[in-house]
Design a protein around this ligand. Structure first.
Ligand code: ZN
Length: 137
């Protein structure tokens, strides 16, 4: 299949269970950028039963919470589009006033150069630990 999410083409899996996974995207301008991905190839949230929908959103909120603790962003962006990749996934993006696109969407018009801060190994370790503690029960 040519689906980039099924093929796990991008990022590093930092947490998963049988239905979901959290992927850390190695983005130079957006450190801590995560995607919550459904493992099954399904197009819409309403293709899933209610308990799975709730599990996905719970996971999105746990990721948001962990990112807020670690990075103290000015804003969290949550997005689910999937027009190019019609496979259920949620972007969870810590945003800062000095990031390249703020206050535009990170897919929008770039307004300045970013600071190119990739996630540190300590931050990554902390993120993995927070997700493990909040999601494994
Ligand atoms: Zn897929």
């Amino acid at each position: 299949m040519s689906c980039t999410i099924c093929n796990l083409n991008e990022g590093e899996v930092i947490w998963s269970d049988v239905a979901l996974r959290v992927v850390l995207i190695p983005h130079l301008d957006y450190r801590g950028y995560c995607r919550v991905e459904l493992i099954d190839h399904k197009k819409e949230m309403t293709d899933l039963d209610e308990s799975l929908r709730m599990r996905i959103m719970n996971c999105v909120f746990k990721v948001e919470n962990a990112l807020r603790i670690i990075f103290k962003p000015d804003k969290i962006n949550l997005a689910s589009l999937g027009n190019k990749t019609p496979h259920v996934h949620w972007h969870v993006i810590p945003r800062f006033k000095e990031d390249p696109h703020f206050p535009n969407s990170h897919w929008g018009e770039k307004l300045r150069e970013g600071s190119h801060q990739i996630i540190s190994s300590d931050e990554k370790k902390q993120l993995i630990e927070l997700l493990k503690n909040s999601l494994n029960n």
